[in-house]
Ligand binder design. Structure first.
Ligand SMILES: Nc1ncnc2c1ncn2[C@@H]1O[C@H](COP(=O)(O)OP(=O)(O)OP(=O)(O)O)[C@@H](O)[C@H]1O
Length: 354
């Protein structure tokens, strides 16, 4: 199972980074429409701004752009902004939707001049389609094979110049020949709390939710560095504010609402805390093997490894070592527990200082 698939399997979680049906319905309304409105990602924004301005000045089509980064950080939004800034239409598709080279040929041959083709999850495209894409990106040409067997012939087809925007959660999975054909690669980082607060204030204005500064800070701190999660938490907090309070989202209202939904002050949900809790209380902070830990929390091994652990590792609460999983001092502090005396357990040496 890949990270994407397990995250999708667990997408009923409020803190899952992949979009669910409700997200898709409101996201269109919340997407920033131009680079100036797009919060954060300063470096990518500045570099992209140059690429697009230069292309506009030349009166040409922008170079192909590769965007990499975790789900929910704004890759789709940025691709739409690229099209808007270039005054071009956009076509949206994804790697898994293109299983045959013919699928890709059909899309490419119907593009208008200057059109932006957004290819989400580009690392999941089939091999033959990928090879067709090489030629299309470089020479704006594809060979369409007509017929089968010895009588098959390749008919070259000229394409109008277009801009491919590829998105991937893992740039490292792309074969180098594909990666090298992008003129610009932007890596999207997780957002700082102050940036998420700006995202939240903007969304609150659009959704007509009264949100004060402390309320925004409270939600931002629980959003795992991800605008999609911030926007989702805002909607749940809005429900709570409307039903249980006077509609205004303050720090108290946000905290009470997210406690109800079991998203804690650092953005951990029930599953994340169950893993930490077992690691600390049952195994004294580890090291413990992944399978044992999974049995202790009543989950599949893959769920623990690919759904809960990445965020716990990112937050510096859990470490993966060759001897097993271990808790860091921050994990004990987060659950309000005291680490065992003389924590010199093998595998934990060095973590607790001399
Ligand atoms: N920089 C940003 N400023 C404001 N809102 C943002 C920003 N980035 C993302 N968002 C909001 O977060 C939501 C998710 O963004 P988007 O769909 O672009 O993410 P993504 O990286 O393409 O995710 P996925 O790869 O899962 O499709 C959208 O509602 C979008 O408006």
């Amino acid at each position: 199972m890949t990270w994407d698939e397990t995250d999708s399997a667990a997408s009923d979680r409020l803190v899952a980074a992949l979009a669910d049906g409700e997200d898709r319905a409101v996201e269109a309304a919340l997407r920033p429409k131009d680079l100036a409105e797009f919060v954060g990602q300063e470096r990518v924004r500045e570099q992209l701004d140059l690429v697009l301005k230069a292309a506009r000045q030349r009166g040409g089509t922008a170079d192909h752009v590769l965007l990499s980064g975790a789900p929910g950080l704004g890759k789709t939004t940025l691709s739409m902004i690229i099209a808007a800034e270039m005054g071009a239409p956009i076509r949206i598709t994804s790697g898994p939707a293109i299983q045959h080279a013919g699928d890709l040929a059909a899309i490419l041959s119907s593009l208008a001049e200057g059109e932006v083709l957004f290819l989400d999850e580009i690392h999941r495209m089939s091999r033959p389609a990928e090879e067709m894409l090489y030629m299309a990106m470089e020479d704006f040409r594809v060979d369409v094979v007509v017929g089968k067997g010895p009588g098959a012939t390749a008919i070259p087809l000229e394409l109008p110049p277009f801009t491919l925007v590829g998105a991937t959660t893992r740039a490292g999975l792309l074969p180098p020949p594909l990666r090298d054909r992008f003129g610009f690669t932007g890596h999207m980082e997780f957002y700082a709390p102050a940036e998420l607060e700006r995202v939240l204030h903007r969304s609150a204005r659009l959704l007509d939710v009264p949100l004060d500064a402390e309320g925004a800070a409270e939600i931002a701190g629980r959003s795992r560095g991800t605008p999609r999660i911030a926007n989702r938490l805002l909607r749940r907090v809005r429900d709570f504010a409307q039903v249980k309070a006077d509609g205004v989202v303050t720090r108290e209202v946000a905290a009470a609402a997210l406690d109800v939904y079991e998203v804690d002050g650092r953005g951990l949900d029930r599953l994340d805390r169950a893993v930490l809790d077992a690691l600390l209380r049952l195994f004294g902070g580890g090291p413990v093997g992944l399978s044992t830990l999974a049995v202790a929390v009543g989950e599949e091994r893959e769920t623990v490894e690919e759904v809960a652990e990445p965020f716990l590792v990112r937050e510096g609460l859990l470490a993966r070592t060759p001897r097993g999983r271990i808790a860091t001092p921050a994990a004990w502090a987060h659950l309000g527990l005291a680490p065992p005396q003389g924590t010199g357990a093998p595998g934990q040496q060095g973590l607790f200082g001399p």
